[in-house]
Design a protein around this ligand. Structure first.
Ligand code: 17E
Ligand code: FE2
Length: 424
């Protein structure tokens, strides 16, 4: 007796539908015309089914603080850091838990079940990290949350930050961060990367660095991180986030750099919603887009996934936690509008994200894996991207954790009122 059967779900690449049997929180059987009895049945109505979305990069500790106490009016990264430092001074654990929980609910409602959140550890009391560890633990049965010890003001910005980083890792951070382009000198930037990677080696953690998030073509820390990933053997346990300076590198340097990155196995996370708006702010015209070389890296087989980065905070005044929203921007900003390219972008918010988060083989709709899936109001990846499809049903470990009823619209232009659908 199965616990749940999802009938008529569009899973196969050829568009054919299957029935998905779930038992004890795992995929038990996946086949057309499944005949086993079950306690509950959901009719997927030939909707497209995908493994859950993976949010590769978000700051849940800062979420929902936009405008508190002041708005970022210039739209620069640097004013965002200033505004956040004002809000950071008033943090309490309850405040962080409340806001992060709400943002996670928004993400789960959109089909996200794996989240990597950076958490600022420059506050000597580690209030945000302590709060986020509570959130991670309370969500663990249904939502997988990874935490990165992220030094927003720089690891070498004060004598105390290195010890705070280590304490955050001891408390339970899954990954170690850094922000080399925001250290006082190039040398400090290199040193900060050595400290971060050293901590990851010492405690057996992953690495995820805010790396070269600036329009300065001379900001060149990806090469340092890639070399450390190679030499330490940490390789694909290491991720470079943002890397927006790569947008401004000359062709010869970028070509050499990306070959080295392919060799080291470094993962990249682009945050197109946020970087298309934060970058280029010091340009007149033409204004650079400031989004990293998503298309070129993907074409080389480098693992690239995508993050929302911010949800209603000092760096971004918008956001509802939808990875389809992020992917939609990536299609435009990276000019990945070829049909295969759009499919690739969809996979950047699913499978590629799973690789960045180092989830291993437990991710994916395969018999024996945790029964995590999303039924989208779409027929395939491209349809989901175009229509920003609702996640009709989100299932985590065999349990329905969110449902959305897609909007129903009626038009009347003189003839009889009729429903609109967005199929061609
Ligand atoms: N902090 C940072 O350094 N860069 C960002 N994009 C955000 C926070 C959101
Ligand atoms: Fe970020």
């Amino acid at each position: 007796m199965l616990d749940l059967i999802i009938r008529n779900a569009r899973l196969r690449e050829d568009g054919s539908c299957v029935d998905i049997g779930i038992s004890e929180g795992k995929f038990a059987e996946i086949t057309a015309g499944l005949s086993a009895p079950a306690h509950e049945t959901i009719d997927a109505m030939a909707c497209f089914v995908t493994p859950p979305f993976v949010e590769s990069h978000v700051h849940l500790d800062t979420a929902l603080t936009a405008g508190e106490p002041r708005w970022n009016e210039s739209g620069t990264l640097f004013e965002g850091i200033e505004r956040w430092s004002e809000r950071k001074a008033t943090l309490t654990e309850d405040d962080v838990v409340r806001r992060a929980t709400k943002a996670i609910e928004w993400e789960v409602a959109h089909g996200v079940l794996h989240i990597r959140s950076h958490v600022d550890v420059c506050d000597p009391t580690l209030t945000a990290m302590r709060a986020m560890i509570k959130v991670k633990q309370s969500m663990a049965p249904l939502v997988n949350i990874q935490l990165v010890a992220f030094p927003q003001d720089g690891i070498l910005s004060s004598d105390t930050v290195p010890a705070q980083m280590e304490e955050a890792v001891r408390l339970g951070a899954d990954a170690v961060g850094a922000i080399p382009h925001y250290e006082l000198t190039r040398e400090d930037g290199v040193e900060s990367l050595k400290i971060a990677v050293g901590l990851a080696e010492k405690y057996g953690r992953l690495v995820d660095v805010h790396c070269d998030e600036i329009d300065d073509e001379q900001s060149r820390f990806v090469e340092v991180l890639s070399a450390l990933a190679l030499r330490t053997g940490l390789r694909d346990r290491v991720t470079a986030s943002h890397t927006t300076a790569m947008h401004s590198y000359g062709g010869a340097y970028a070509s050499k750099l990306l070959r080295f990155c392919a060799r080291s196995g470094l993962n990249f996370v682009a945050n197109p919603l946020v970087n298309i708006h934060l970058q280029g702010r010091f340009d007149t015209y033409p204004k650079r887009r400031g989004v990293t070389r998503i298309k070129e890296m993907a074409a080389m087989g480098i693992n690239v996934s995508l993050g929302h980065d911010d949800i209603l905070d000092p760096w971004y005044p918008m956001g509802c936690g939808s990875m389809l929203d992020v992917a939609h921007m990536a299609v435009h900003a990276a000019q990945m509008t070829g049909r295969d390219e759009m499919r690739t972008v969809f996979h950047m918010v699913t499978d590629a994200g799973a690789r960045t988060l180092y989830l291993g083989t437990s991710y994916g709709i395969v018999v024996g894996n945790p029964a995590d899936l999303v039924l989208l109001d779409a027929v395939d990846e491209l349809d989901a991207l175009r229509r920003q499809s609702a996640a009709r049903v989100v299932i985590s470990k065999g349990r329905v954790v969110a449902r959305t009823t897609p909007a129903v619209t009626t038009v009347s232009l003189g003839g009889s009122p009729h429903g609109v659908d967005y199929a061609r």
